[in-house]
Design a protein around this ligand. Structure first.
Ligand SMILES: NC(=O)c1ccc[n+]([C@@H]2O[C@H](COP(=O)([O-])OP(=O)(O)OC[C@H]3O[C@@H](n4cnc5c(N)ncnc54)[C@H](OP(=O)(O)O)[C@@H]3O)[C@@H](O)[C@H]2O)c1
Length: 260
């Protein structure tokens, strides 16, 4: 299926690893020009190398989204080079394992940092990149949330931040002036995704048998998802074909979540 987005300019925040990198690859394979931003130069360089095989432009920028100034610099760089983007994937996020099991023993700083990394970063990138989408009368904003942005559970600072992202996409999607300018806002809510060098991989490596027993007991597919499985859905949501999909929270979780 031709997704109809060849030549579009796409920014994927946190696009140097995991779901973000898989999304950048899926969009590059559709002919999109790609911009990614994250903190580590080595990871950005490796990602750029991987993405270059598609023959579209690849732009990398160092940015820590916890620093407002870094976001401003990233946006300035994109504006200077491209004038804006057609597709924004607010992928950067996390903090589901930050803090303590006990709410009372978790400092307020954790709530603030998790909110900043997930919700405020998405708000900052989205608001800044809307004017160019409106000028072009076309845009796609997709935010990577979590099943925990659609139902209760997990650490509360993470759930609150992910629920805020889900709300942001739904609420912007309902605004007539934005919708009538051809912009859609959706969230993609992954379940548990196995990604090298992250928490799930560490858990599996500590106790492979116990980990598989948990998968068998708790997960309908008896396995975690892959970043590519999430990216395939994100690419469709970003596509010209998904023009009626707006304000949705799309679960990509193999049936793991309890929410309808
Ligand atoms: N993996 C899962 O099971 C799962 C489940 C549900 C939802 N999600 C969501 O999916 C999204 C991607 O997660 P992932 O698991 O793919 O993560 P990941 O593999 O750890 O990749 C995170 C990406 O973001 C960058 N990054 C991290 N902190 C950053 C910061 N402060 N500023 C800028 N860039 C930063 C990383 O590069 P640097 O470290 O070099 O900065 C990397 O490129 C997140 O929003 C996460 O909450 C993941």
């Amino acid at each position: 299926m031709d997704l109809g987005i060849a030549g579009k300019r796409a920014l994927i925040t946190g696009g140097s690893h995991g779901i973000g990198l898989a999304t950048a690859q899926a969009l590059a394979a559709e002919g999109c020009h790609i911009a990614i931003c994250s903190r580590t130069a080595d990871r950005l360089a490796a990602a750029a190398e991987t993405l270059s095989c598609h023959g579209t432009e690849v732009m990398t920028m160092r940015c820590d989204v916890l620093a407002e100034h870094d976001i401003e610099q990233t946006l300035a760089h994109i504006t200077a080079r491209w004038g804006g983007v057609d597709i924004l994937v607010n992928n950067v996020g996390g903090g589901g394992r930050w803090g303590q099991p006990s709410v009372e023993e978790t400092e307020e700083r954790v709530w603030v940092e998790v909110f900043t990394k997930n919700a405020l970063a998405a708000i900052r990138f989205t608001v800044a990149l809307l004017p160019e989408m409106r000028r072009r009368q076309w845009g796609r904003v997709v935010t990577i949330t979590s099943r925990l942005g659609r139902e209760g559970g997990g650490r509360p600072w993470f759930n609150v931040a992910k629920a805020a992202q889900t709300s942001l996409m739904k609420t912007l999607g309902m605004m007539p002036d934005l919708a009538r300018d051809g912009i859609t806002f959706n969230s993609v809510a992954p379940g548990s995704i196995m990604i090298p060098d992250t928490g799930w991989a560490a858990e599996r490596d500590r106790n492979p048998d116990g980990f598989q027993a948990r998968l068998d007991a708790e997960f309908p597919l008896a396995r975690l998802g892959t970043p590519e499985e999430v990216a395939a859905v994100v690419a469709f949501v970003c596509s010209a074909r998904a023009s009626l999909l707006n304000g949705a929270a799309v679960a990509v979780d193999g049936g793991e979540s309890r929410a309808f």
